[in-house]
Design a protein around this ligand. Sequence first.
Ligand code: ZN
Length: 328
Amino acid sequence: MPWDIYGHDWAVSLLQSHIAGARVRHAYLFTGPDGVGKRTLALRFAQALECQSPPSAGEVCGRCRACRQVPGQAFADLHVVESGEAGGTVKVEQVRGLHRHLSLSPLEGRRRIALLLRFHEATPGAANALLKTLEEPPASVVLLVTARSAEALLPTVVSRCEVVPLRPLAQAELSDMLAARGLSPEDSRLIAGLAGGSPGKALRMMADRGLLERRAELVKDLSRVLRAGRAERFALAEALAKDRAAAVLALETWQSLLRDVLLTSSGSQVERINMDQREEVERLAEARATETWAEAVEAVERTLTAIQSNANLRLALEVLSLDLPRLN
Ligand SMILES: [Zn+2]
């Protein structure tokens, strides 16, 4: 059974060659932006390390206990350490607790595997505790660490790991991946553009069938707001302010559309994301100067940053509604 990992072929060959050549290291560090597939790849590697009847070295059978339990992080010899939620902290007690587990012999697998997720969220104490484990790794233990970047970790931790840097996928690669999973060519291109190189995000968007319809509504909202006066703008800001997640989706949608308008207005050859909105994008691009659209993109970006750092949602949206250009 193939690993079924998209866009990181070289990383898959590297990891498979380590298993096939019996050169598995004590520690691996997977780096890259959120959603690029670090955890998915680390879990598949763990599965291959533990698979009880691999068809050939480095492959997975897909049927044994390890193959069934590792992907859901439920295998007895797989220990996962992570902060309570993204944005939290990994604490020193968690890493110490892990160290105790790792010093015992495996329960049913060949080795014990530790998966330390989002380790850029580790406290200094937790980072130092991991360093201790890395300096004296217990036998038959493999540590898999994920982080946004190697620079976010202690250099002494990084130097003890095999670093596997993952890059965002090109839009065309993502689009092919979605089409191979049965999505129409138009929707594949659109979602690939919106996902910004993240296979995880693209697959979530594909699974959420209502998303493309919600997005189409949000595009209409932007078209309306650009042609509306103050009162209508404030009414829309107020409606959006009721739900932070919905407001973020609206702003991300507007940002990608306004970027396309800016690219069109400036005559750029860079590929557009919202191919289904070509006519509206061209209408807007012709209606105002390039500089106006550059300011509009900046205004939306500023608002997104403010909202993500917990600014007053309604106030931020009201300010934005006045900053957007007015067309008639
Ligand atoms: Zn298996």
